[in-house]
Design a protein around this ligand. Structure first.
Ligand code: T1G
Length: 691
C-alpha cells in the first residue's frame, strides 16, 4: 500500500518492507523523509510486524540529502528526526543497500540497527566535496564503527568504500547476493527475529573510540599529513574537530557540536561554490539544441596518432576505460619510447598500490603500437595528437581521410587551432571534432569538446558521453582561438607578463595566485609545462621574455631553469638570470620599473580573466557561465571553494566588477575595457548566473 507518492508499505510474514522510489537517486527530499517516517510508524503500530526493512527502488539507496533543498526553509520531518525515529524504534530496522549509500543516505543507514548490502554497493560520506561535513551524525557514528583513523580518512576524503570493505570494517553486517537484495534482506531480517538479536544502536558503541584514547597525536599527525591537500578549504578542519569531539563529548553533545559546524559551513561561500560546481558539471553534460535522444555512436576501438606526452596520456585514458586503443607514431623510436613511458606509468601506479601488478599487463594488452596509420582503418574514433602546427595537422587529417572508415569520428587534440580549418583538409568535415585533453591526459578530468561549424550532432553527443565513460568532465565549447580554457589563460598570461615588466617579480605574481588557492602560480605552471611548448626555434626573434629565455636554453623545469632556477630535485628558486632578462627587456621597451602590490596583481589578473570569460559568453564560444567555471576549476586549478571565475565575479557583485574594470582600464590599459555583456547584465540588475 502507498505511504505517500514515493513510499510503499507491505508486509512479508513478520517483516514490514518500506520501499522508497524517488528518481533519480532517492535523495532524501521532504517526501522521502515523510515516506520513511510514515512507513516506520505503520510498522511499529502493526502487531503482526516484528522487524522492518528499509529499501529503495531505482539506481540506488538514498544518495544523500536533497541538495536542491539547501537554502530553503526546512520541511518536517527533518533528517535528524527521522533518524531518531529509526534509532529508537522498538522493533529492529534493517537497511538494505544497493548503488551508492552516500552522505545522508549512509547516515540514515547508520541509525538502522543492521545493514545489508549487495557487493556492488558503495558507502561513503562525500559531503566534503560540497564544502560540508556529514550533518546527520556521520562524524559521530562512523568513528564508533570504524575507528578514528579510518573515519578521519573516509570523511575528509569523501571517498566511498565497496560493500566488501564496508563489511570488513563492520559498517555493513551482511553481504547479499548481487541482484537478490530484497530476498536476502528478508531472510536476514527473519534471522534477526528468530535469533532475537538486540536493537543495536551505533551511538552506544565505545570500543573503537577507546582504541584511540591512547593516541592523542592521531589528530595532529593527520592534520600535518594532509595540510597541503586541505589548504584553503574550511570543511576538512571542521570534520576533524567533529571527530575529535567523539573522544571529548557525550554523543548528544557531539551531535550538537556537529550541527553547529555544519550550519556554519552550509551558510558559507565555500560550500555555495562547491555545490555550484557539483551542479555545473552536470549541467555541462546537457547540450542545448541537441535532443537528449540523439543516437550515441559505438566506440569499440580507438586510434591515437602521436606517441608523445599527450598521445600517450590519451591512449592511457582509453585503456583505463577498457577500450582497445592503437597508438601510432611514424617514428619507431618515438613509438617505443611512448609505450615504455605508458608501461612505466602503470608500474608506478601499481607500486603505489593503486592498481594490481597483474593488471599492468592486462592494461597494456589492449594498448597496441604501430608505425602505420593504415592500422587505424577499423577504428570508430581516431584522435590526432601531433605537433601543434596547422600544416602538420592538416597533413595528418588529409591522410586519415583516405584511411579511416566512413563512419569514423576524426578528432584533433589541438589546444588552440581552428577545428574547421583542420576539417577542411578532409572530405568529411562533419565527422571532425576537437577533443582537447589536458596534460597529464590520463589524470586531468577536463575534456573540452570543440564543435566545428559542420560537426554532426550525433558526434557531439557521442563525445559528451565518451567524456563520462572516460571518467572525465566534458564541456562543449565553440571553435575560437584557445577555445574557452586557453583563451582565459592567455588573458592571465598577458597580465602576468606585463606585471613582471612593470616591476612585479615572477615569484610575487605566483604568490598572489597560490594564496588565492591555485595549486601553483602562473610562471611556475609555465616552467612546469615547458616554455618551449609552441615555441618555434627557427622563427624565434627575442620578441618576448619567454622567447629570450627559450633562446638561452631556459625551457623551464626540464632544463636548468626558466622563469625560476631549479636544482637537481626540481626545487625552484628565484632566478637572477631570468630577472635580468626581464629588466633588460623592460628597459628596451621603455617600461618604467615600480613597486607593485599584491592587491594590484590580484585585481589585474582575476578581473582580466573574468572579462575574457564574459567575452567568450558574449561570442557564444561558451554556452553558459557555469561551463567556464567547470573548465577553470577542473582544468586549470581555480580553487573549487571559489567556484570558478564567473561564480567568483557574481560573488563580488557584477556592479563592483564593472566599476573595477573601468578603473583598471583608466589606470592601466584598454585590455580592461569591460565586455558589453557585463554592462548589459549590470543594467538589467543581473549576474552571470542569469546570462
Ligand atoms: N541531491 C539532489 N540531486 C542529486 C543529488 C543529491 N544529493 N545527487 C545527485 N543528484 C542529481 C544530479 O544533479 C543529477 O540530476 C542526477 O541526480 C544524476 O546524478 C545531511 C548534508 C549519486 C554518485 O554528495 O555523487 O547528504 O542532472 O549525473 O553520475 O550529511 O550523483 O539528472 O537532473 O551525478 O550516476 C551528499 C552526490 C549530499 C552525493 C550518482 N551526497 N551525488 O552519480 O549521476 S549532502 C552526495 C553523487 C548530505 C548530509 C549531507 C552522484 C551519484 P540531473 P549524476 P551519476
Amino acid at each position: 500500500m502507498k505511504v505517500n507518492d514515493v513510499a510503499t508499505y507491505e508486509v512479508e510474514g513478520a517483516v514490514a518492507v518500506v520501499t522508497l522510489n524517488s528518481p533519480p537517486v532517492n535523495a532524501l527530499s521532504a517526501a522521502v523523509r515523510q515516506g520513511i517516517a510514515g512507513g516506520l510508524k505503520m510498522a511499529l503500530e502493526d502487531d503482526a510486524v516484528r522487524a522492518m526493512l528499509l529499501i529503495c527502488e531505482g539506481r540506488t539507496f538514498f544518495a544523500g540529502a536533497d541538495i536542491t533543498e539547501f537554502g530553503k526553509p526546512p520541511v518536517e520531518p527533518v533528517l535528524r528526526d527521522v533518524q531518531l525515529m529509526l534509532e529508537n524504534a522498538t522493533k529492529p530496522v534493517i537497511a538494505a543497500i544497493h548503488g551508492t549509500a552516500l552522505g545522508g543516505g549512509l547516515e540514515i543507514a547508520l541509525t538502522a540497527h543492521y545493514r545489508i548490502a549487495v557487493p556492488s554497493a558503495k558507502c561513503g560520506l562525500p559531503e566534503v566535496n560540497l564544502g560540508l561535513l556529514p550533518g546527520a551524525g556521520g562524524t559521530q557514528r562512523l568513528p564508533r564503527i570504524v575507528g578514528i583513523a579510518k573515519a578521519l580518512d573516509l570523511i575528509t576524503s569523501g571517498k566511498p568504500v565497496s560493500a566488501k570493505a564496508a563489511k570488513k570494517m563492520g559498517l555493513v553486517d551482511e553481504l547479499a547476493t548481487e541482484g537478490n537484495l530484497r530476498a536476502d534482506a528478508l531472510t536476514f531480517a527473519n534471522r534477526v527475529i528468530d535469533e532475537n538479536r538486540p536493537l543495536l544502536k551505533v551511538r552506544d558503541r565505545t570500543d573503537k573510540l577507546s582504541e584511540a584514547r591512547g593516541k592523542p597525536d592521531i589528530f595532529a599527525d593527520f592534520r600535518k599529513a594532509h595540510a597541503r591537500k586541505f589548504r584553503g578549504y574550511k570543511a576538512p578542519e571542521s570534520i576533524i574537530r567533529c571527530i575529535e569531539a567523539t573522544l571529548e563529548k557525550p554523543f548528544d553533545e557531539g551531535l550538537a557540536f556537529e550541527a553547529t559546524l555544519f550550519r556554519e559551513l552550509q551558510a558559507g561561500s565555500q560550500s555555495a561554490a562547491q555545490r555550484h560546481i557539483f551542479f555545473a558539471e552536470r549541467q555541462a553534460a546537457k547540450i542545448d539544441g541537441i535532443p537528449a535522444d540523439t543516437p550515441i555512436l559505438p566506440i569499440r576501438k580507438v586510434g591515437v596518432i602521436g606517441a608523445g606526452t599527450m598521445g600517450g596520456g590519451i591512449a592511457m585514458s582509453f585503456a583505463n576505460a577498457g577500450i582497445p586503443v592503437t597508438l601510432v607514431d611514424s617514428s619507431e623510436d618515438a613509438l617505443f619510447r611512448g609505450l615504455r613511458v605508458i608501461r612505466g606509468n602503470y608500474e608506478a601506479t601499481a607500486r603505489k598500490g593503486r592498481m594490481k601488478a597483474e593488471d599492468v599487463d592486462a592494461r597494456m594488452g589492449i594498448l597496441t603500437g604501430s608505425v602505420s596509420m593504415e592500422d587505424l582503418s577499423d577504428c570508430d574514433l581516431i584522435i590526432e595528437a601531433v605537433f601543434e602546427l596547422m600544416e602538420i595537422k592538416k597533413e595528418v587529417f588529409a591522410k586519415l581521410d583516405g584511411i579511416a572508415k566512413p563512419d569514423a569520428i576524426l578528432a584533433t587534440n589541438t589546444s588552440y587551432l581552428d577545428i574547421d580549418e583542420i576539417g577542411s583538409a578532409t572530405s568529411r568535415p562533419a565527422s571532425v571534432i576537437g577533443l582537447h585533453f589536458f596534460s597529464p591526459a590520463h589524470i586531468m578530468k577536463l575534456l573540452e569538446i570543440v564543435r566545428g561549424k559542420n560537426t554532426r550532432a550525433d558526434i557531439i553527443a557521442t563525445s559528451m558521453k565518451l567524456a563520462k565513460t572516460l571518467g572525465k568532465v566534458g564541456v562543449l565549447v565553440g571553435n575560437a582561438y584557445g577555445f574557452v580554457g586557453n583563451r582565459i589563460l592567455a588573458a592571465r598570461d598577458a597580465q602576468a607578463n606585463r606585471l613582471i615588466l612593470e616591476g612585479a617579480t615572477p615569484e610575487a605574481v605566483d604568490k598572489v595566485l597560490y594564496d588565492f588557492g591555485f595549486p601553483m602560480g602562473h610562471f611556475q605552471m609555465r616552467d612546469l609545462a615547458g616554455l618551449d611548448v609552441g615555441w618555434n626555434r627557427e622563427k624565434s626573434s627575442s620578441s618576448t621574455v619567454r622567447e629570450i629565455l627559450n633562446e638561452m636554453g631556459r625551457h623551464g623545469q626540464k632544463t636548468v631553469g626558466g622563469f625560476y632556477d631549479y636544482d637537481e630535485n626540481r626545487n625552484r628558486t628565484p632566478s637572477p638570470v631570468a630577472q635580468k632578462v626581464i629588466e633588460d627587456f623592460a628597459a628596451k621597451q621603455g617600461i618604467a620599473h615600480r613597486e607593485i602590490g599584491e592587491a594590484e596583481i590580484r585585481d589585474r589578473i582575476l578581473y582580466a580573466m573574468v572579462n575574457e570569460g564574459a567575452k567568450l559568453l558574449d561570442e557564444g564560444i561558451a554556452s553558459r557561465a557555469s561551463d567556464i567555471d567547470v573548465v577553470w576549476v577542473t582544468g586549470y586549478g581555480w580553487p573549487q571553494y571559489e567556484g570558478g571565475p564567473m561564480f567568483w565575479a557574481d560573488l563580488q557583485g557584477l556592479p563592483q566588477v564593472l566599476e573595477k574594470l573601468k578603473s583598471l582600464q583608466d589606470e592601466y590599459s584598454d585590455a580592461f575595457a569591460p565586455s558589453p555583456l557585463i554592462e548589459r547584465l549590470v543594467s538589467e540588475g543581473k549576474g552571470f548566473r542569469d546570462a
